[in-house]
Design a protein around this ligand. Structure first.
Ligand code: ATP
Ligand code: MG
Ligand code: FE
Length: 356
């Protein structure tokens, strides 16, 4: 089975071919990702109109390159899988319509994929993980904990009630005059900083509600930054280190709650695992904290290679493979309209094709 995947939901234009033969391990035959970071950097964040135009310009070439790299002719592709939501609607339209055109011209099935399902199933592509497992998704647009119980069977246990975690890193960077994207720059500055200089809040820590919140922390960072005039490099480093420590601490509280809940709800699971996905998974302080929590609670910690943690099309092609193999591809993907909002747990109910 060979599936061509297409991803255009945010600021990466991506295409990939994933193969699964018999009972063997899946193979990523090609995985091309064009990041638009430079186009958005001047604006300190992703500009939807610029993103959509950049997808239009790049997508054809990226798909051609992904097919060429894979060595598979379009005629030998079994299905086209494209991200249909959630995300920026301009980019989704570009990707899904291109996928529909290719599928119609080549007479192939079209599978509309939920971007979050792509992130959720990646650990099965990279590590052959069995259901159920726990997923922590921390990216620029999402901060969620999901119980992944099966294909199309996801329970969202926690989400952010305000900012996403990557967004909090990006906004903190902006306030401190560090370049976009903020995450890597905050992490780098933090290395030279004193993490205990500022006692920033740990939002939601100890709360019975399972969700995340980061806007209070952002406000505390702003207050600290504006109180110091002028800000020295050391001040910036100390704020970054203190911010990162607060984030790791707040996150640890939320994740240990979820690990305990997983134990309670899935007591028979032989090898319980926590999978991390999203760009924030690159952060070494956060990664070390998650590793420690897992070691303490008997969970296996799985962090797929960063290239498959951040937005990519291999995860979309793989979700297509999983759905095709399980006989769970929608009957008519051609009727599917892009959805800017599409919570993953709503996927458990049968998908309705037409938005007309
Ligand atoms: P989506 O949320 O739609 O999946 P996205 O493009 O916003 O997509 P990713 O590409 O997965 O998300 O990740 C980008 C985010 O990850 C940015 O907010 C960035 O600041 C953050 N990030 C990247 N590296 C680090 C790091 N080392 N530490 C903390 N955050 C990081
Ligand atoms: Mg991105
Ligand atoms: Fe993503």
């Amino acid at each position: 089975m060979r599936v061509l995947g297409i991803e255009t939901s945010c600021d990466e234009t991506a295409a990939s071919v994933v193969a699964l033969d018999g009972d063997g391990a899946p193979k990523i035959l090609s995985n091309i990702v064009l990041s638009q970071i430079e186009e958005h950097a001047a604006f300190g964040g992703v500009v939807p109109e610029i993103a959509a135009r950049a997808h239009v310009e790049a997508l054809d070439g990226i798909i051609e390159a992904a097919l060429a790299d894979s060595g598979v002719a379009l005629a030998d592709i079994d299905a086209i899988a494209a991200t249909a939501g959630p995300g920026l609607v301009g980019g989704l339209i570009v990707g899904l319509m291109t996928a529909k055109a290719i599928a119609a011209a080549a007479n192939k099935p079209l599978i509309a994929i939920n971007h979050l399902e792509g992130h959720a199933l990646t650990a099965r592509l990279t590590d052959g993980l069995d259901f159920p497992y726990l997923l922590l998704l921390v990216s620029g647009g999402h901060t969620q904990i999901l119980a992944v119980r099966g294909i199309g069977d996801y329970q969202r246990w926690a989400t952010t009630i305000d900012d996403a975690l990557g967004e909090a890193f990006d906004k903190t960077a902006k306030m401190l005059g560090l370049p976009y994207p903020g995450g890597p720059n905050v992490e780098k500055a933090a290395q030279a900083g004193n993490a205990s200089r500022f006692a920033f809040p740990r939002p939601m820590k100890g709360s019975a509600q399972p969700d995340f919140s980061f806007s209070g922390l952002k406000t505390a960072v702003r207050q600290a930054a504006t109180a110091i005039e002028p800000l020295s490099d050391q001040d910036v480093a100390d704020i970054c280190a203190s911010f990162q420590a607060a984030v790791a601490d707040a996150l640890a509280d939320r994740v240990s709650r979820a690990l305990a809940r997983f134990r309670q709800l899935f007591p028979g699971t032989k090898n319980p695992a926590l999978v991390v996905a999203g760009g924030v998974a690159a952060n070494l302080t956060i990664k070390a904290m998650l590793e420690r929590l897992c070691a303490e609670t008997g969970f296996t910690f799985i962090a797929p290679p960063l290239k498959l943690c951040t937005d990519n099309a291999a995860m979309i092609a793989w979700a297509g493979v999983e759905r095709l193999r399980a006989g769970m591809a929608q009957q008519n993907g051609f009727d599917f309209v892009p959805r800017s909002r599409w919570p993953l747990d709503s996927i458990s109910t049968p998908m309705v094709g037409s938005g007309r």
